[in-house]
Write a protein that binds this ligand. Structure first.
Ligand SMILES: [Zn+2]
Ligand SMILES: [Zn+2]
Length: 367
């Protein structure tokens, strides 16, 4: 999304000049980044980042900030990592001269990103196909991709692919032309086009969260629909799906939008955690969910992003009171745990505590 769209969606709340204060973030994380459950016995802990951040020089035309300003903003926001997602369009990829220029700028961006110390900066892109969808792509050397189909080529090269703001449908705010645009993922909103291999779903997007305040196409917020789609993707394709968030910032502004469960804050560890779906949005507090299936060893408790084996029963545990979703269905608030006695087959478990939404733990995912 462009900043102008955010402006269009909530004209009063969002400013686009670099001198304007950062926008408020409804449904935004309430916990300070890094807060949350203590490191587990495996040494992994929740670290905070932003997976959707536009950056100059590639996004200079949108007024995006350069790497030094973004690093300062991320450091001020106490983030552990950010993913740079400057735009890439099929028209650029198809044109040999424009593709060469893009690759040269991306390569320079990637080298500068990986040279940053004290903050993990992962170079990526937002691949935008008008009328189809927007995709966050990172975790591989995108400059080495040669395929005509960028998305397929990048994934074959090892990149993670996340569908961005999949339910950003037109909000039709009177007098605001840009709010008539459809930036959604058309296979899900319009039954148009195939669903490519996906590693994650951007359920929280700052402009989309703001749009949720003024419009709920289909009767549910974009986030609710994205979480349902992610759940369905996991169960129908029998694969992990990361629930992620991003500010979609086009300025020198960022905030904690995604938490990932890692032992080390390296690009490799973060990408691996995303690929297994070890993520939270809104805060890491619900990330203490653990689960054990009746076919698991008695002392093995799976964490977010992991899988359990169950013939009939899955036992879930967490601290305090939280809301549980089983297969995308809200089964209510429970204290400290829950037992699912109908756990044969493939199931997902997702926990919500306050603003923190974490998921999934999977039962019998390979089945
Ligand atoms: Zn974007
Ligand atoms: Zn976008």
């Amino acid at each position: 999304m462009r900043c102008a769209l955010a402006l269009a969606l909530v004209p009063v709340l969002v400013g686009c000049s670099s001198s304007a204060p950062p926008p408020p973030a409804p449904e935004a994380p309430t916990a300070s980044p890094g807060a949350g459950p203590a490191p587990g016995p495996d040494g992994r802990r929740w670290v905070a980042g932003d997976l959707h951040l536009h950056a100059a020089p590639i996004d200079r035309g949108d007024g995006a900030a350069g790497l030094p300003a973004l690093v300062r903003a991320a450091t001020a926001a106490r983030l552990d990592f950010v993913v740079l997602t400057p735009h890439l369009h099929p028209s650029t990829w198809r044109d040999p001269a424009r593709r060469r220029r893009w690759i040269a700028e991306w390569r320079a961006t990637a080298a500068a990103a990986r040279a940053v110390r004290g903050l993990t900066v992962i170079p990526g892109t937002e691949y935008t196909v008008h009328g189809y969808g927007h995709f966050g792509v990172w975790g591989a050397d995108l400059a080495a991709v040669t395929a005509a189909d960028f998305l397929a080529g990048a994934r074959a090269a090892g990149a993670a692919v996340v569908v961005n703001h999949p339910f950003a449908e037109p909000t039709h705010i009177p007098g605001v032309r840009l709010s008539d645009y459809d930036l959604s993922f058309r296979p899900w909103t319009d039954a148009r086009g195939p669903v490519p291999p996906l590693d994650g779903v951007e359920a929280w997007n700052l402009p989309l969260a703001l749009a949720n305040l003024v419009a709920r196409p289909g009767g549910a917020t974009g986030e609710e629909r994205a979480l349902a789609a992610a759940d369905q993707l996991a169960r129908t394709r029998h694969q992990p799906v990361a629930i992620v968030g991003g500010t979609d910032s086009h300025r020198a502004y960022t905030t904690a939008a995604t938490w990932v469960l890692v032992a080390d804050v390296t690009e490799q560890a973060i990408v691996a955690a995303l690929r297994m779906g070890a993520t939270c949005i809104g805060g890491p507090e619900a990330g203490d969910l653990v689960a054990r299936g009746d076919r698991d060893p008695a002392d093995r408790w799976a964490r977010i992003g992991e899988q359990v084996a169950a013939a009939a029963t899955v036992e879930l545990r967490w601290q305090g009171r939280a809301r549980l979703f089983v297969d995308g269905v809200d089964v209510g608030e429970h204290d400290a745990g829950y037992v699912d006695r109908q756990a044969a087959g493939t199931h997902t478990y997702r926990l919500v505590r306050g603003a923190s939404r974490c998921g999934f733990v999977y039962a019998n995912l390979a089945g």
